[in-house]
Design a binder for this molecule. Structure first.
Ligand code: NAD
Ligand code: TYD
Length: 347
């Protein structure tokens, strides 16, 4: 099988690429990535020499290029992760999110349809999406696969739109597809613009920890390697035209999570107890901030037998250790443009 993985130089994509390259030596894995600020080939140093791995630099908004690689490599399956993925950036520049997340996805669907139209057998378009398409929950309840879409941010609106296009190609043209909607990931290689890696970096640097609003927002957190395992499973065993919710059964209020992070890091960094908590600073809230996300992942658990393999405490410890052991990676991604982004966003 020739498998195209898009966005494979990013956070989740790099874990998916590594897993697929190592677990399936008979597959040819093609990683297509535009290497935006979020894409980093350093994430894949350890597998770049594998004979079943090829990196293709390119942009999913470029239809001509996308059609040409489908023709050249005759992909049998697509695992589509390339996206603009940060809510705060979507508030500043929504159009970029429409271009990559909506137009880019439709370009891929068109190219797949063009290549597979005479025979969809043993072909699959796997679209990786987010729980944010379901909008915000109150204090109780869980998102299921039948929860109505109700996106609130330009990011989630663009992902919701791309999900709809994938479904529409399934209904209209018979495109074989699966979609998964996952909760917040964390782990090694996470770009430090999202809550957990940003706060780990700031704690290391003894910089303030900017908690939005009152900090009483709730997210469900999943270790990235458990998401990669779920993606592998859904790709191989998921039912055609089905959606699977993926989550960690692991809800945390932001402020409680930040305090736990501070506590673990004080120990790891040999700092006195309570030292990092003093860095917490409440800042202006994010506009349209979703109160709570929580996933009911019982379908993937019952039908495909997937469950998270690590507890949050274990995953967080692995994550912190990785960041402490990979200072060079962190220094590289926080130099240059990152400084400008940080200054604009937080000062
Ligand atoms: P990321 O921002 O770390 O990586 C995105 C990757 O896509 C980068 O390597 C980037 O270079 C590439 N990319 C961006 N625009 C591109 C373009 N026009 N053409 C080709 N490549 C392009 O994102 P992530 O956190 O790894 O998320 C991956 C996917 O998973 C996204 O679709 C996201 O919506 C989804 N998702 C993320 C989370 C999460 O918590 N991070 C949770 C659920 C779902
Ligand atoms: P984030 O990691 O951006 O993921 P998402 O918005 O996709 O859930 O944010 C997670 C939570 O942390 C969210 O409620 C916003 C909050 N947050 C802060 O309080 N401060 C920050 O600097 C960041 C980046 C996020």
């Amino acid at each position: 099988m020739n498998i195209l993985i898009t966005g494979g130089a990013g956070f989740i994509g790099s874990h998916v690429v590594r897993r697929m390259v190592k677990n399936y030596p008979d597959y040819s894995i093609y990683n297509l990535d535009a290497l935006t600020y979020a894409g980093n080939l350093e994430n894949l140093n350890d597998i770049e020499e594998f004979s079943n791995y090829t990196f293709l630099k390119g942009d999913i908004t470029d239809a001509t290029f996308i059609n040409s690689i489908f023709k050249k490599y005759a992909f049998d399956g697509v695992i589509h992760l390339a996206a603009e993925s940060h809510v705060d950036r979507s508030i500043t520049n929504p159009l970029e999110f429409v271009m990559t997340n909506v137009i880019g996805t439709v370009n891929l669907l068109n190219a797949a349809k063009g290549l597979w139209k005479d025979n969809f057998e043993n072909k699959l378009f796997y679209h990786v999406s987010t729980d944010e398409v379901y909008g915000s929950l109150g204090e109780s309840g869980l998102f299921t696969e039948t929860t109505a879409y109700d996106p609130n941010s330009p990011y989630s609106a663009s992902k919701a739109s791309s999900d709809h296009f994938v479904r529409a190609y399934g209904e209209t043209y018979g495109m074989p597809y699966v979609i998964s909607n996952c909760s917040n990931n964390y782990g090694p290689n996470h770009f430090p613009e999202k809550l957990i890696p940003l706060f780990i970096n700031n704690i290391i640097q003894k910089k303030s920890l900017p908690v939005y609003g009152d900090g009483n927002y709730t997210r469900d957190w999943l270790f990235v390697k458990d998401h990669a395992a779920a993606i592998d499973l859904v790709f191989h065993k998921g039912k055609n035209h089905e959606t699977y919710n993926i989550g960690g059964f692991n809800e945390w209020k932001n402020i409680d999570l930040v305090k736990l992070l501070c506590k673990i890091m004080d120990t790891k960094l040999n700092r006195s107890s309570g030292e990092s908590e003093k860095l917490i600073t409440y800042v202006k809230d994010r506009p349209g901030h979703d109160l709570r996300y929580a996933i009911d992942a019982s379908k993937i658990n019952k039908e495909l037998g997937w469950a998270p393999s690590v507890t949050f405490e274990q995953g967080l410890e692995k994550t912190i250790d990785w960041f402490l052991e990979n200072e060079e990676w962190l220094a590289n991604v926080t130099s240059g443009d990152y400084k400008e982004y940080y200054a604009k966003m937080y000062q």
